[in-house]
Design a protein around this ligand. Structure first.
Ligand code: CA
Length: 423
């Protein structure tokens, strides 16, 4: 039997070569329909969603020996079953969708119940997020921000090349794509002001990131090896770490960002599995100085994953691309982040979400935030007669991402959010 990543596999469901969701992908999400509002687990295939709870009820699919894990409002119970079950389940779903397998293809009744048009379903937050941690792992991003705030000679802090820098964020405000994001209020003290005031953020920004979804726990007091950390990663999602630059600037000394980062974090509705991304693994940039031994990497832990950012202001008829970059540029890999996260003995949980940190590439149009794209507001982006330094009310921001295979792509769909005015 072919491996589910075999580029030659075809489904009986028609899939365009530019679709994010060929049979080689099969990302997991949570959905409901107007006919059946119960949230359940599905996978995306072409323009359809395959209802895994319906397949299980029909006796065509099982997740190991567990019962009912797909008839749940998150993928956590499925993730908790571990990598062996993830792999076997994906292989079975792949087999059921193959063009030459009659089990589902020729069962008209089951097809009508289990294969739904994607446009007709409501997508929900796929993961019950246990904890959210945000890293700062793009050397280009850290350098750009450092140059702006401290000058060229002190751009990178002395610890940056030794530690995957991160902070503990909030799981409570992680939302699914399409959720509107309200401009936060906060303490503001521009450098020219004597005292702070409280009011709406004036420098509202996005951060282009990938999110890692942790699918297995680690025990408090234990460290992780590279191989253990890699095996714990269930999959990846697009992540927008909305940021209030002016709030951050006043609050971040000495304990790091707080209110500037906790008013909303958006993720895409589909979790693309680590296994589906295997063909696109690449080595990250050369690390110099060599990381400490506990952070050493033997595996190719980066991914050749294209990322686009588009902006649509209320006046635009079409979204405009403002950045195109690649996840492969990240200096610290997701595996190193996870190893470091557990290195003190911190327990990791099923459903933990790790933000990669803003992904910026070496070129100017590869920057992953407006802070960098507009160089702190000094170089506005122009669109006809419109200008933008930071986000305005009504602006809609969207990320897409995909790995390009030979004749197919493994994509992530979209994470979109529109800015509402402050209350
Ligand atoms: Ca961030």
């Amino acid at each position: 039997m072919s491996h589910p990543n075999d580029p030659k596999l075809r489904s009986f469901i028609p899939v365009e070569p530019t679709s994010d969701f060929p049979i080689q992908n099969l990302p997991y999400g949570v959905f409901s329909t107007s006919a059946d509002p119960a949230r359940r687990v599905g996978v995306a295939i072409g323009d359809h969603v395959l209802d895994l709870a319906a397949l299980e009820a029909a006796g065509l699919l099982a997740a190991g020996n567990a019962k009912g894990v797909f008839a749940q409002p998150s993928i956590n119970a499925f993730m908790a079953l571990g990598p062996d079950v993830w792999s076997k389940t994906r292989a079975r779903i792949s087999a059921l969708l193959r063009h030459d397998n009659a089990e589902l293809r020729d069962n008209a009744d089951l097809r009508s119940r289990a294969l739904l048009a994607r446009k007709d379903v409501q997508l929900h937050l796929p993961v019950t997020v246990a904890g959210f941690t945000d890293f700062y792992s793009s050397k280009e991003h850290a350098t750009n921000v450092g140059v702006m705030f401290r000058g060229k000679d002190n751009a990178l802090q002395p610890n940056w090349l030794h530690i995957p820098i991160g902070y503990n964020g909030r799981a409570s405000t992680v939302v699914v794509s399409g959720t509107k994001v309200r401009r936060p209020n906060g303490q503001l003290k521009p450098p020219t002001a004597e005292v702070p005031t409280f009011g709406p953020c004036k420098r509202l920004d996005f951060e282009l990131e990938m999110g890692v979804v942790v699918g297995q726990p680690s025990e408090m007091g234990t460290m992780l090896t590279e191989a253990q950390a890699d095996a714990m990663i269930f999959g990846f999602t697009l992540l927008n770490d909305w940021s209030a630059r002016d709030i951050q600037q006043w609050e971040y000394v000495p304990l790091g960002p707080f209110q500037a980062k906790v008013f909303g974090t958006s993720i895409s509705p589909w979790i693309v599995t680590r296994e589906a991304l295997e063909p696109f693994r690449v080595h990250g940039p050369q690390q110099d100085p060599q990381p400490l031994p506990y952070l050493a990497q033997k595996l190719a832990n980066n991914y050749d994953l294209n990322l686009d950012v588009t902006l649509r202001t209320p006046k635009m008829s079409q979204p405009q691309r403002i950045s195109r970059t690649n996840f492969k540029y990240m200096y610290w890999s997701s595996v190193q982040q996870l190893v470091h996260h557990a290195s003190s003995g911190c327990a990791m949980s099923v459903g933990d979400l790790l933000g990669s940190g803003t992904i910026s590439g070496p070129e100017k149009d590869q920057r992953g935030s407006l802070l960098e794209l507009s160089w702190g507001g000094a170089e506005p982006l122009t669109f006809g007669d419109e200008r933008r330094t930071f986000l305005e009310d009504g602006d809609s921001l969207a990320f897409t991402g995909w790995c390009q295979g030979d004749g197919y792509r493994v994509g992530f769909g979209e994470v979109e959010g529109t800015i509402l005015p402050a209350v």
